[in-house]
Design a protein around this ligand. Sequence first.
Ligand code: TXA
Ligand code: MG
Length: 347
Amino acid sequence: MYKTETINIKTDFETGIEKAVALIKAGEVVAFPTETVYGLGANAFSEEAVRKIFKAKGRPADNPLIVHVADIAQAETLGEISDKARMLMEAFWPGPFTAVVRKKAGIPDVVTAGLDTIGLRMPKNPGILEVIKRSGFPIAAPSANISGSPSPTEAFHVETDMAGRIPLILDGGHTEYGLESTVCDLTSDTPLILRPGAVTAEDIKELAGMVEISASVLQPLNENETAASPGMKYTHYAPNAQVFVVKGPKESTVAQIRKMYEKDESGGGKPIVFCFASDSVYFKDMNVLTQGKDVTEVARSLFKNLREADAMACTTVYFQAVPETGIGLAVMNRIIRAAGFKLILVK
Ligand code: TXA
Ligand code: MG
């Protein structure tokens, strides 16, 4: 058991960074904000330190970690960077873009779950960049939640999941995007999106001229299929409440949600509706969490709202589907997993 300390790096940057660097150098695990979600980081070169991440999260060992670097030069020491990969890194780094490339020797197998590829990302948050630079190590880091629960977008989410399991949390306020980075396989000619994020399929296509989206982004894997991105095979982002995604024309989704909501309520449940602020008029007399005015705001508030639904002891969440374009694809990828693929299509 650790006594977990939280340091606000907006007000106490130096203190926080110094402590984080000392702990990382000592082989410990530290939680920190990035522009996507909070991460749980350790020295990527140390097998022992990385094992502590898996232990703190309760993460299955066959799910590889992303390695965070300070620049493209450091990425080159860890993976084979093709011209196309470099072009995308130059365009999207620092930022929510993880490049999966062939791995070079050096990073222990525990980080990459024995794969011959490695996921590399240069994050935008100045705190973590400073920790990488000052410690001299690339930082292996998954999202800082207990495996299976929604990713943390605020420091108190990390405290909820990690108190006693790690020594330090750096608090940088609410993260910018609220969803994890785009994971893009660059080992063949056409970039393949394994997990959508704020760097969109459209963004990648514009630069690379082509892009593919893995079928597993919106569909469950068949039993005998192997996951290109092992993380996609696990139940994910799931709150205690049961989540239903309702998709179709607005009037029909409103009617469907109303019907299911009323049934839940009369059965003693506590349902809640997640919808755009402008649609809350349709659910006036009901329990509602508004998600913002556009899809970017929905992305930013999604994980926070899922945690909030649990805090309110809701039994079911009804989520109005968003269009699967731009960052909407990332929103649908996460919510559909939170729902265990319970998609209700109405006409
Ligand atoms: O925004 C993010 O990416 C955050 C912050 C902390 O950087 N990190 C994050 O890590 O979301 P994690 O471990 O929760 O998700 C990493 C995803 C998993 O789905 C994993 O399977 C995939 O990336 N991944 C990592 N390395 C891979 C590889 N070599 N090949 C295929 N998929 C990989
Ligand atoms: Mg995660």
